[in-house]
Ligand binder design. Structure first.
Ligand code: KG4
Ligand code: ZN
Length: 335
């Protein structure tokens, strides 16, 4: 089985399209465009209505450019994959509606896929040999999860956040420190100038199970900055980042040990964090496990991972009916 797969991602503030040359297992990227929306910057966070409007304005040209990069015409597309959820409903609807119209007019299969499953497939695009079983640490703006992945399509939830997602904590602390949006990359950059030992922030539930909690850490940062207004921003950023990464790596390691996993895969926007990547690699080296790390640009939202997921789902489940909608609360099919 082979073909040209067009993927479209519009779940949040990236408008992205990708063309995969799919053959057998996962495909290779033939064209890929990621347009990060700039309109949200002045608001310090994503404004859903503005995100939808920006997707409407740009989705057509983003798709056209991805096709042109791949050197194919629309008529050569063999399947259209869209992110069906989770995400912002108005933003998702733009991609879903555009994809449906394309699939219908081309008379090709439509695939509506789960954005979180997309993050799990991201590393396969750079390392075609990457395959389950592994433990996955999925860390994005809306989710923080540890999953046991014995096979593609089989996801067992080992732990998750009880309050804020890791990316949400990065974004909120960056806003507090005046580092702007998106917060994760800003903290990552600023932390390089700071001392990660300067302030000891709490590591909630560190010795306890596989769930996470980040809201206390955020409050601790707020309290510290209020009490010590003269504090170096870079020291706060570095100490906060160190606390988050300590917890993420400790729990990923514990999860892998409990399951007996020989590999840990990282996914989601926070997986682009330089300290998290470094520390996870170090831990995997020490424990004799493989670390599957997508390159930073494949960690954050992109359509190539959506196309790869669609290619897998097309072969495992067949197409999605054209009356299928967008679901902002779509859950990963975990057991
Ligand atoms: O996966 P993603 O692009 O979108 C969602 O599905 O949520 O993740 C976005 C999140 C944001 O919270 C952003 O601040 C965070 O990933 N992020 C980072 C870094 N790059 C992006 N967090 C820490 N360090 C980074 N380098
Ligand atoms: Zn994402």
């Amino acid at each position: 089985m082979a073909g040209w797969i067009l993927g479209i991602e519009t779940s949040c503030d990236e408008t992205s399209a990708a063309v995969l040359r799919a053959e057998g297992g996962v495909g290779s990227i033939a064209g890929h465009v990621i347009l990060s929306q700039d309109v949200h910057r002045v608001f310090g966070g994503v404004v859903p209505e503005l995100a939808s409007r920006a997707h409407v304005r740009t989705v057509g040209s983003v798709v056209d450019r991805a096709l042109a990069d791949a050197g194919i015409g629309l008529g050569q597309v063999d399947g259209v994959v869209v992110t069906a959820g989770p995400g912002l409903v108005g933003a998702l609807l733009v991609g879903v509606t555009y994809g449906k119209a394309l699939a219908f007019s081309l008379d090709r299969p439509l695939l509506g896929v789960n954005h979180l499953e997309g993050h799990l497939f991201a590393p396969t695009l750079e390392d075609p040999d990457l395959a389950p079983p592994f433990v996955a640490l999925l860390v994005s703006g809306g989710h923080t999860m540890l999953l046991d992945v014995p096979a593609w399509g089989e996801y067992r939830l080992l732990g998750q956040t009880l309050d804020d997602a890791a990316g949400e904590a990065f974004d909120k602390v960056a806003k507090l420190l005046g580092l702007g949006y998106p917060g994760g990359p800003a903290i990552d950059r600023d932390a390089r100038r700071g001392d990660p030992e300067a302030i000891h922030f709490p590591r909630a539930m560190l010795d306890d199970g596989l769930d996470f909690s980040f809201s206390g850490l955020k409050t601790a940062v707020v309290n510290h900055v209020r009490k010590h207004p003269e504090v170096e921003t870079a020291d706060v950023a570095a100490s906060f980042q160190r606390a988050v990464v300590d917890v993420l790596v400790t729990k990923a390691r514990r999860a892998a040990a409990e399951v007996g996993a020989t590999a840990i895969a990282l996914g989601g926007g926070v997986a682009a964090n330089s300290l998290l990547r470094e520390e996870l690699l170090r831990a995997c080296d020490a424990d004799g496990r493989r670390a599957f790390l997508p390159s930073p640009s494949m960690c954050t939202d992109n359509a190539a991972m959506i196309a790869a997921t669609g290619w897998y789902r097309l072969r495992s489940d067949g197409p999605t009916p054209l009356d299928h909608g967008a679901d902002p609360n779509l859950r990963l099919p975990v057991r």
